[in-house]
Design a protein around this ligand. Structure first.
Ligand code: ADP
Ligand code: ADP
Ligand code: MG
Length: 505
């Protein structure tokens, strides 16, 4: 046993990714005595992950389709430097079964699940079929791709509108269309198919009931190559824009221990249905009556994995590497418990007052918050430019404290301390959420942004409170023709240093 473990020990790891996640992975590898190799595009020559790595190889022009997404270039880079393993991070090739297969065929260790599991879970329809065999609850809907429109319409009216048309191969919040009534069905259906074809190269779409007040709750699972699977509790990711997460927390504010156990078991069953090993995430939506339904499984390390690390005290990347080396899970389900509460806010170079559109630019000022319980995972330094080619995420800030209330207060303090000038970010929006009664009380769902957020809330500090209320009321009355309850504490506090600093530029 010892001999086998030793033989499989990884000595040099290539990270097939960029930005904060590449750095995060390399840091754990270095602590394990593993040499690190970065790959980079021409746009990332001076990126921090390149500087941090022991070795770095340029793999092509800025466009990810010519660099980070080219399987052969990455395998060749690994061969060139004699790496023995590849970590895919998230995004890019992380959920590409051909990549995992090519890594295996090149005689290298893939830090992740088998290509077979990736393939199964990459199709939302196949994933649902597998989960069904283990009696995991599914959102009511079709189990096959829609071929016949009139039959699909009948199913939709049986389920009841609104319904959601989804791309089976979809991801990243893309490829979803809400249909409110039968008259819109055909048009939305055709759009969904053509979007799915162009975005994912696969036009298969299916129908799901649209859960109207959904909460997104997901379970981190881990399996080893010896058939053991456990879960590391849940993360709640209901604060989203464009069906994509901006704020995540662990644990969820609404799960009882009994429901946690039930959903955790369902998550483990989904993983077992896919013969899953390494890290994975089983996503559920929970309706207003606390019914839960399996959505999909992400076969990789998740963006928001740090909140799980904070409440469990585990390093998930180290665990991934050990499992890829063939080691057994070092603990059992009953050994695990939740310690305190963690909140992650994603700092995107986006303008919340302009529909969260990317606001790419140079980080004129960039000062991270510090202190007890605060962790910042990023890939930037002051003076660097956020490249326009990739995901506009600048950083993830994770705050951990004994209780949810304390974690919220810590997050607000840290947002105030975070200084970013030169571009707009989601920080001010995240502060707005932290101060909002719906978030504070735990009574919120994935419609938070549509329901409560108005760009006017992020007005500048030079305006006094009366002016702000007047300006908000004016737009609200025009928009909805009904009075708005303004919680005055939300208004001044929604303004943060980043905005003030920008004004002083
Ligand atoms: P998580 O579920 O970990 O929060 P996200 O949905 O935010 O993941 O996606 C993680 C990363 O992967 C992001 O950089 C996102 O842009 C990217 N991504 C996910 N799915 C796709 C996809 N199908 N096509 C392109 N990018 C994707
Ligand atoms: P992706 O692959 O893009 O992550 P998901 O199926 O995980 O797609 O859905 C992304 C988000 O869309 C969910 O977190 C949730 O907010 C919303 N969503 C998905 N399915 C439904 C549904 N049936 N009803 C309501 N909201 C949904
Ligand atoms: Mg998802």
């Amino acid at each position: 046993m010892y001999l086998r473990k030793d033989m499989n020990k990884i000595k040099k790891l290539l990270v097939a990714n960029r930005g904060e996640i590449a750095l995060r992975i390399m840091r754990s590898a270095r602590e394990m005595g593993i040499k690190t190799v970065a790959v980079f595009s021409e746009a990332d020559r001076n990126a921090l992950h390149v500087r941090f790595a022991d070795e770095a190889i340029c793999i092509g022009p800025p466009a990810s389709s010519e660099s980070y997404l080219v399987i052969n270039k990455i395998i060749n880079a690994a061969r060139l430097v004699n790496a023995d393993a590849i970590h895919p991070g998230y995004g890019f090739l992380s959920e590409n079964e051909d990549f995992a297969d090519s890594v295996r065929k090149a005689g290298l260790i893939f830090i992740g699940p088998s290509p077979e599991s990736i393939k199964l879970m990459g199709s939302k329809l196949a994933a649902k079929a597998a989960a069904k065999k283990f009696n995991v609850p599914l959102v009511p809907g079709t189990t096959e791709p829609i071929a016949d429109i009139s039959n699909a319409k009948k199913i939709a009216s049986d389920i009841g509108y609104p319904i959601l048309i989804k791309a089976s191969a979809g991801g990243g919040g893309k490829g979803m269309r809400i249909v409110n009534n039968e008259s819109e069905f055909e048009e939305q259906m055709e759009r969904a198919i053509s979007e799915a074809k162009s975005a994912f190269g696969d036009g298969s779409v299916f129908i799901e009931k649209y859960v109207t007040q959904p909460r997104h709750i997901e379970f981190q699972i881990f399996g080893d190559q010896h058939g053991n699977v456990i879960h590391l509790f849940e993360r709640e990711c209901s604060i989203q824009r464009r069906h994509q997460k901006v704020i995540e927390e662990a644990p969820s504010s609404i799960l009882t221990p009994a429901l946690r156990e039930k959903m955790g078991n369902a998550a483990v069953n989904v993983a077992k249905a896919a013969n899953y090993y390494n890290a994975g995430t089983v996503e559920f939506i929970v309706d207003d009556k606390m019914n839960f339904y399996f959505l999909e499984m992400n076969t990789r390390l998740q963006v928001e994995h740090p909140v799980t690390e904070e409440i469990t005290g585990l390093d998930l990347v180290k665990l991934q590497i050990e499992i890829a080396e063939g080691q057994k899970l070092p603990f059992k389900q009953e050994d695990l418990s939740i310690r305190g509460h963690a909140i992650e806010v994603r700092v995107y170079a986006e303008d919340p007052t302009n529909n969260f559109l990317p606001d790419i630019g140079t980080l004129k000022t960039y000062k991270r918050p510090q202190g007890h319980g605060i962790r910042v995972d990023d890939g930037f330094e002051q003076g660097m430019t956020v490249p326009f080619y990739y995901d506009p995420m600048i950083a993830k800030m994770i705050c951990h404290d004994e209780t949810r209330d304390r974690a919220i207060l810590k997050t607000i303090r840290a947002i105030d301390e975070y200084e970013i000038t030169g571009l707009e970010t989601t920080l001010g929006f995240c502060k707005f959420v932290m101060n909002h009664n719906a978030f504070r009380s735990g009574d919120f769902d994935t419609n938070f942004v549509e329901k409560y957020f108005k760009p006017e809330f992020l007005v500048d500090e030079t305006m006094n409170v009366e002016e702000m209320i007047a300006s908000v009321l004016a737009t609200q009355v025009v928009a909805e023709m009904k009075p708005l309850m303004i919680k005055s504490e939300n208004i001044p506090s929604a303004v943060s240093n980043w905005k003030k600093n920008r004004l002083n530029e």
